[in-house]
Ligand binder design. Structure first.
Ligand SMILES: Cc1ncc(COP(=O)(O)O)c(C=O)c1O
Length: 404
C-alpha cells in the first residue's frame, strides 16, 4: 500500500523545532547543563546563555532585556500578566476590559477573577473579527485597571488595532493619573509581524516559543519597567522575583535562537506563507461551493485561512483530512476535543452551522506549493463526500449562499 502523504497545515497550533534551534539548545542538555542560579562556572555558563536569549527575545519586540520574564509558555505569560497586574492593583479598582475572541487562557483567567468579584467587560467583534477602538474607549471606567486585547487572533488571524488601544490607555492614564495597564497576547503574532512595544504602546505582552519554531514549554512575558506584578509562582528569586523556579535553560536558549531567526527571516517567511495561502484560497473558491471565509481578509496574519464549509461538521472534515495525512484545526487546538462551536466564529455573528463547519488552515515556512496542491486535490473530494452523507445537506438547494 502506498504511504499516505503527510501535510501539516496547522502552524497556529504549533510549529516543528527548526534544526538550527535544536542545534543551539543541545549543548545545554548535555555538557553545559548548569543551573543558571549556581555560582560556579557551570552555573555562569548557563546564566550567560539565558542572558543572551533574553536579549534576543527583547530585540524581537523592541524591549529592554530586563523587561523580559521567562515562563513556561503563552498560557503562563497570560496568567502572570492578568492575575499579576490585577492582584497588585486591586486597591485601585476591580474592572477589566477584554475582547470576546481571546484565547482560552485569557478567557479562563477573566472568568476566575469574575468569581472573585472582579467585573469584566468583553468587547464585541464585528463580522470582520476586529475590536473597535471606540468600544474600548466607551468601556473605560474609573475602576478599570487592565485592558487585555490580543494582537492577532489564533483562529481567524485577525489583527487588532493595538497601537490605537495603546494610545487610548496611555492617554487615559495620563489624564486620570490612575494606574491602568494594557496587556496584549502576541503569541500568534510574534515572529510573523514586526513588533515594537513602544509603537504598540502596550505595558505587557505575552509570547510563546513553540509558535516560532522552538520547542514547547517556554514562553515570555514582557512587563514594562514600573508595572507591578504580583508573582504567581513563589519560591526562589529567579527572574527578578517575578517568576520563581529554576530556569529551563535549554528551552530558553532555543527560544532565543528562534527569536533571532524569526527576526532575520520574518519578511521572507511571511511572503512565502502568504503566497501559499493565496494559492490555496483561490483554489478552494474555484473548486468548492457554499463556503464562507471567516475574518477580515486584509487585516489578518498572512499564513491563516479560516473557512466555514456549509452543511458539514468541522470535526468530521478534520478527521477525514487526517485520514488523508492532512493536519488542520477546528477552532483553537486547545478546545478541540469538545464539540461546542467555536466561540470566535460565533462572535463574528455566524450561525451555529457555520461555526461548526469552520476549519483553520495555517501555513508554515517549510510548506511547499506541492503541499497546497495536495490539499486542493483532497479537500474538494472529502467535502463533497461528507456533504452527500450529511443530514444538514437537505437544506442545500433551498438556501444557496454565494461563495465569498
Ligand atoms: C493566542 C494564544 N495565546 C496563548 C496561547 C497559549 O500558549 P501556550 O501553548 O504556549 O501555553 C496560544 C496557543 O495556542 C494562543 O494561540
Amino acid at each position: 500500500m502506498p504511504k499516505t502523504r503527510r501535510v501539516y497545515v496547522d502552524h497556529s497550533a504549533t510549529t516543528p523545532a527548526d534544526p538550527r534551534v535544536v542545534a543551539a539548545m543541545l549543548p545545554y542538555l548535555t555538557e553545559k547543563f548548569g543551573n543558571a542560579s549556581s555560582v560556579h562556572g557551570f552555573g555562569q555558563e548557563a546564566r550567560a546563555a539565558v542572558d543572551r536569549a533574553r536579549r534576543e527575545v527583547a530585540t524581537l519586540i523592541g524591549a529592554r532585556a530586563n523587561e523580559v520574564v521567562f515562563v513556561s509558555g503563552g498560557t503562563e505569560a497570560n496568567n502572570l500578566a492578568i492575575r499579576g497586574v490585577c492582584e497588585a492593583a486591586e486597591a485601585h479598582g476591580r474592572h477589566i476590559i477584554t475582547s470576546s475572541i481571546e484565547h482560552s487562557s485569557v478567557r479562563g483567567i477573566c472568568e476566575a477573577l469574575e468569581k472573585r468579584g472582579w467585573e469584566v467587560t468583553r468587547l464585541p467583534v464585528y463580522e470582520d473579527g476586529i475590536v473597535k477602538v471606540e468600544d474600548v474607549s466607551a468601556a473605560l471606567r474609573p475602576d478599570t485597571v487592565l485592558v487585555s486585547v490580543m494582537l492577532a487572533n489564533n483562529e481567524i488571524g485577525t489583527i487588532q488595532p493595538i497601537e490605537e488601544i495603546g494610545e487610548l490607555v496611555r492617554a487615559e492614564r495620563e489624564k486620570s493619573g490612575r494606574k491602568i495597564w494594557f496587556h496584549t497576547d502576541a503569541v500568534q503574532a510574534a515572529g510573523r509581524l514586526k513588533l515594537d512595544v513602544e509603537t504598540l504602546g502596550c505595558d505587557l505582552l505575552s509570547l510563546s516559543a513553540h509558535k516560532l519554531y522552538a520547542p514547547k514549554g517556554t514562553g515570555a512575558l514582557y512587563a514594562r519597567r514600573g508595572v507591578r506584578l504580583a508573582p504567581q509562582n513563589l519560591g526562589g528569586h529567579q527572574e527578578r522575583e517575578r517568576r520563581a523556579g529554576t530556569e529551563g535553560v535549554p528551552g530558553i536558549v532555543a527560544f532565543g535562537e528562534a527569536a533571532k531567526l524569526a527576526r532575520e527571516e520574518m519578511g521572507q517567511r511571511a511572503a512565502h506563507e502568504e503566497r501559499l495561502r493565496n494559492i490555496f484560497e483561490k483554489g478552494v473558491s474555484e473548486r468548492i461551493a457554499d463556503i464562507v471565509f471567516n475574518g477580515d481578509r486584509d487585516r489578518r496574519l498572512s499564513h491563516v485561512s479560516n473557512i466555514s464549509f456549509r452543511f458539514i461538521e468541522g470535526e468530521g472534515l478534520l478527521i477525514s483530512l487526517d485520514l488523508q495525512g492532512i493536519a488542520v484545526s477546528t477552532g483553537s487546538a486547545c478546545s478541540s476535543g469538545t464539540l461546542e462551536p467555536s466561540p470566535v466564529i460565533i462572535a463574528l455573528g455566524r450561525n451555529d452551522e457555520l461555526a461548526r463547519g469552520a476549519i483553520r488552515f495555517s501555513f508554515g515556512k517549510d510548506n511547499t506549493e506541492a503541499d497546497v496542491d495536495y490539499v486542493l486535490e483532497v479537500l474538494p473530494r472529502v467535502v463533497e463526500k461528507l456533504r452527500r452523507l450529511s443530514p444538514l445537506n437537505k437544506d442545500r438547494k433551498l438556501e444557496p449562499v454565494s461563495v465569498e
